[in-house]
Every structure is written in C-alpha cells, then in structure tokens.
Design a protein around this ligand. Structure first.
Ligand code: NI
Length: 469
C-alpha cells in the first residue's frame, strides 16, 4: 500500500490538498483538505446589511457573480423585495456571462492539459507528462490552437460582465431589488456582438472538442462517480427558473427543501456542535482540533453528501427542466453515446458543463432581445430593524447559498455555503466521506494515481477561495 499526498492540486482555484491511499492498482481511500481559513462571515457581523453584497463578491475572483447574486437574493428575501422584470433580465445576463467565461476557462485552460501530449502547448503551459495521451498529433495541434483562441473568448466574456455590471471581477450592478444600471442601446449592441462571437466559438470549437475528448476518454464516464446530486436552481425570471431546483437520490428526483441542509464539523477545524442549520450556525475556528483535517465544513442534505455543479443541474434539468434543455441534453448525451446516469463522472461533468454553456448562451440571446431600455430595473427598499433571508443560486461550479439575520439594522449572522464546500467536504459526523473523496475511492490507477486523481478532482472545477468562509 502506498500513501500519496498531492499538495497543492494545480489548475484549480485556491489551495486544495488531496491525500490518496493506493493498493493493488486502485485508490482505496481519499482525503480532501482545504488549507486556507478566510473569516469573511466573521467580518460581516455588525456591518450594514448592504455590505453583504459588496464584501461577499470579493470572496472570489473566479466566481464573484455567484456571491453578488446569492447575497442580493438573500437580501431580497430579508427585505421582502421582488426585482422588476428588467432587473431580473439584467442580473441573468451579467451572471450568464460569468458562466460562459468560467466554463471556457475550465475546459481549455484547467482540464484539457490533463489530456494533451507534452509539448502540445507552448513552454510552461504544456503538461509535464506523456502518460495516457490518446489524441493524434493533428488533433492535439487543433486543440492547442483552440486553447489559445479560448483566451480571447474569455476576455470577451469578461467584457460582457463589465458592459452591464460595471467591471469584472466584483461587479457593481447586482444589488438588492435589482440592478444599479440600465444599459444604453450602444452597450446592448456591444453585448450582442460579443455574445455572438462567443456563441460561434462554443458551437464550432468547444462542443466538437468536448465530444472528441469524450470519445477518446470514454472510460472516464465510468470513473469519479458520486450519484447523489443537488441543485438549488438559478436564473429566475418571473417565478420560473432556467435551471430548476431538485435533488437526485438513488436515480429519483426528490423535491428540494432548504430546511434539510445541515453543516457538520466532526473532521473540520471548528469547535461547533454539529450538524447545524446554516441560519443558526455557531462554529468558531479551532485549528488544533483533534481529528480535524480540513478548514472545509461538511454540508449534508438529509445527512447525505451531495455532488453539486453542472452534472447535478443537468440531472435535475433532464427530469424537471424546460423542453429546450431536455432536448439539448439528450442530443449531446446521444452524441457522446452515454446514458444520463453517466453525468456524475469525471467525463460526465465536462459534458454537462459544455451542454449548459450552449444552453445559457442561447438563453442570454433571448434575454437580451427581451430587454426594454425604458423599463425600471430596480425597486426601492428600506433596511428593516430585524429580518432574516436566504439566497440560493448556482455558481458555475454548483449550488451556492447565503443566509442572513439582521438585528438592529445590522448583520447579526451571515453564513455562506459554497459549491466546493459541498464537493470537497471532509468526512462528517457519521464518517461519510465528501463527494470528491467518494469519487476518488475505488478508481483503478495505472501508476502512482496522480494522473487519475488529478483528472477526477479537476472535473469538479473546485474553487477553494469560495469553499471556506
Ligand atoms: Ni470561487
């Protein structure tokens, strides 16, 4: 038996340590450690409630829109606000642009080097190993060309956020009650032009490249599986959501009830008595705690570790989503020659990410055409003496939740549970491993396990800056 520590896992956001035990050619056990405590929930206590949006968007430079959105939904709930249709459309367009950036970044710049041959990319960008490389030289050259093109596509997606959101990262537009800014006709035209260019890249490069990867590495649909999936849903528009909320347990869709979320700390460096509901959580940091091995807490749904992210959104969407989503998802699953159950896997996550990139870009074209530049984009509000709210959304990498309690017109309690808190969580009170730990255990490996572990961990698109607050 050998024990291997990968610290840090590269080409993800933040500092994640993964420890694996390998025996008889397979990973028998894995542990995930989030190594950086943040303390933003503590910083928010006693501050003005509107600071929640401004400060939490700074949790992360990769997924800041997830936090400005979740914080604004949280305050909408606490303040009793319903943003007007114009505000909802603009929020969705700004947030959608962040998805396009994130998924192109993840596929080409974070995940693809795991599969490209050494020397395919210029200089230090190239992977350092030639193990298990299955692309022809011609295919590798084409993919490397798209890797470089994707840099310009990402810039355009960031410009989309900046056009309507003021800047990127840390937009200034998404606020309780709607958005702060109504774009001009010229800005809408600039947005449309860039969106069309990005759509062209998604259709002619990203999706075909993804399907080629899925064909060459079809066995990765059988690796890195979790199976229990949770989505909060996102992109609301007048009571409907582009992605519905739901939980898939044992292959069956179960209605989502946020009251079933608890966070545990048995193996996390906190001294709270867990598991606790997020709206009343008290868990001071305890860096020397015996039995602790991560700063990440262990959120569970009805006691179950659940995978969140594109595979969860697709699994729920295939069962309860719009006809447009179901048709697109079924087409792509058919082209990749896999059943819907294969989504929760190392390759399934890439497939789910690609299908939703196309779906969101199409939805953005529709939202853009529905903008009325003379309609209101925000509603008025006043800060109540007391209030409580929850804001549930979907970051590109999965379900994100914010919870606030207001007392004396200031924040009395603030809680963030981010996607990677779910996915990279450690063992819980019942000893159940977190989703990435589960995905790694049982994986057959050809060498020391670094190659397979890296591919599986990166398929979750972890973001450690978000995971620990
Ligand atoms: Ni993040």
């Amino acid at each position: 038996m050998s024990r291997l520590v990968i610290d840090p896992i590269t080409r993800i956001e933040g500092h994640l340590k993964v420890e694996i035990q390998v025996e008889d050619g397979a990973i028998t056990e894995a542990r995930c450690t989030g190594a950086l405590y943040r303390g933003l929930e503590e910083i928010l206590r006693g501050r003005h409630p509107l600071d929640a949006q401004r400060i939490t968007t700074r949790i992360c430079g990769v997924c800041p829109l997830a936090h400005s959105t979740a914080a604004s939904l949280c305050l909408d709930d606490a303040l009793g606000l319903s943003p007007p249709r114009g505000g909802q459309l603009l929020r969705n367009l700004i947030y959608g642009a962040n998805y396009l950036h994130n998924h192109v970044l993840h596929f080409y710049h974070l995940a693809l080097p795991d599969y490209l041959p050494a020397g395919a990319l210029p200089g230090a960008l190239s992977p350092g190993t030639d193990e298990d490389r299955r692309f022809s030289q011609q295919e590798a050259n084409r993919l490397a060309g798209h890797y470089l093109e994707a840099l310009a596509v990402r810039r355009k997606a960031q410009e989309l956020v900046a056009l309507f959101g003021g800047k990127m990262p840390h937009d200034m537009a998404i606020v309780p009650g709607g958005v702060t800014y109504r774009p001009t006709l010229g800005e809408v035209a600039a947005f449309r032009f860039r969106l069309k260019e990005i759509m062209g890249f998604i259709e002619t490069s990203y999706i075909p490249d993804l399907l080629l990867l899925a064909e060459r590495y079809h066995d990765y649909f059988g690796l890195g599986q979790v199976g229990k999936l949770l989505a909060y849903g996102c992109f609301p528009l007048e009571g409907e959501r582009l992605f519905p909320a739901g939980v898939v347990l044992g292959g069956e869709l179960v209605p989502f009830d946020p009251g079933e979320i608890r966070e545990g700390f048995a193996h996390s460096w906190y001294s709270g008595d867990g598991p606790q509901p997020p709206w009343a959580e008290e868990a001071p940091p305890a860096p020397d705690k015996a039995g602790g091995y991560s700063w990440i807490k262990a959120p569970r749904y009805r006691g179950e570790p659940c995978e969140v992210g594109p595979a969860a959104r697709a699994a729920v969407g295939l069962r309860a989503g719009t006809p447009e989503f179901r048709e697109l998802a079924q087409d792509i699953l058919r082209e990749a020659d896999v059943p819907p159950d294969a989504l929760s896997s190392a390759m399934g996550r890439h497939l789910a990410r690609g299908m939703e990139t196309l779906f969101i870009a199409r939805a953005m074209e529709s939202w853009l055409s529905q903008l009325d530049l003379s309609a209101p984009v925000a509603t008025e509000y006043r800060i109540p003496q007391e209030g409580r709210g929850q804001g549930l959304a979907e970051a590109p990498r999965g379900a994100v939740g914010h919870w606030i309690e207001i007392k004396g017109r200031v924040i009395a309690h603030y809680q963030v549970i981010a996607p990677t808190t779910w996915n990279a969580s450690p063992r819980d009170e019942a000893g159940k491993p977190g989703p990435i730990e589960q995905a790694l255990a049982g994986t057959p490996v050809s060498g020391d396990g670094v190659l397979e572990a890296g591919r599986i961990v990166r398929s979750f698109d972890p973001c450690l800056a978000c995971a620990i607050q």
